[in-house]
Design a protein around this ligand. Sequence first.
Ligand code: SAM
Length: 380
Amino acid sequence: MSGKGKKSKAVVLREESPPYHVNGNGHHHKLRFIDLFCGIGGFRIAFERASCECVFSSDWNEKAQETYAANFGEKPHGDIHSVAVADIPQHDILCAGFPCQPFSIAGVSKKLSLGKAHGFDDKEQGNLFFTLADIIDFHQPKVFVLENVKNLKSHDQGRTFQIIYDTLTNALGYTVYHKIIDAQSVVPQHRERIFLVGFKERRGFEFPQFPAEGPKLNSIFEKNVPEKYTLTDHLWKYLQDYAAKHRAAGNGFGFGLKDGNQIARTLSARYYKDGSEILISQGTAKNPRRLTPRECARLMGYPANFKIPVSDTQAYKQFGNSVVMPVVERIAKAVVKTLNTPADERPELVLVGNDKENGEVATRTPVPVSYFKKRRKTKA
Ligand SMILES: C[S@@+](CC[C@H](N)C(=O)[O-])C[C@H]1O[C@@H](n2cnc3c(N)ncnc32)[C@H](O)[C@@H]1O
């Protein structure tokens, strides 16, 4: 699996910019980051806003590449496995919202019902974490920022997370902080995601603070919404009947009808299908409507000038898969601030135990057991 040491001809490398370092004698070189599983670039905007420079991006989805290229002027590299690890440029910060499908509750139940493997047993996607671990092992970035669904922690009775955690800490030697963050304090959407921030040097890190109360849906509404976003009588009746059937059977499933004074449920990549998770009330005289793609962009915290060059279906998929940009922006700024602080300045903050306020903190065992390297030896 590892492409370590190999040089892939397929990859055209960007010119190396000067070696990183922040603030020597008044000199600033931007911290360099790589944007893995980049989707439409939520991490990229966030880290650029934290004054970092993107030196490599990868996503194999052609439609996501189109949106990324329209906004950042460069097409991401494709399948991460087609790029040799050594061909990825040197970087300070590794960013990755690695695919959540094998870990999400919906993914697991769907795969189970189809008799398919899930999590690390998923040969196609579950092992992407080890691809990431390989890149970290080779390039030794100063810090990584990983994002995944909240369910990553409980998947397979916590075993999936334990392996990920052990690999990052015991095998790779990073000091890892993790926290589940709900984006509703910055956008009108309940969206819980786990973030893992790992430092190569042993150092303290505090996840950023978020406002106690966030915006409501009316802050993202477009003024003139075309009629095509209003549900047809047929679809609206179907959704109501479906919800009634499930209610009768004692299940909670139903559509999420909201007005402008409320917040939305989590936008998913399947929103394009029937829009049922977020329907906007238009009063009693009219059927509810879906959000427009632009409203979805706002719901994910993307800036007003973000270009959406793809169809509605693709746009819904892309925003549903994305990160809430302002959440990552706050994390990016906290990470950069930490990197610009001498490592030993606040030793009291390093590995203080399970501090709920600042995110749960990992303890690193002093024994350098390289589970990860053992795994690679046995694979070869
Ligand atoms: C959860 S999304 C990440 C979205 C991104 N964080 C954003 O803000 O838009 C995961 C992405 O991984 C990409 N992906 C999955 N497997 C891949 C692979 N083997 N190589 C490159 N990209 C891959 C998918 O196309 C998808 O866009």
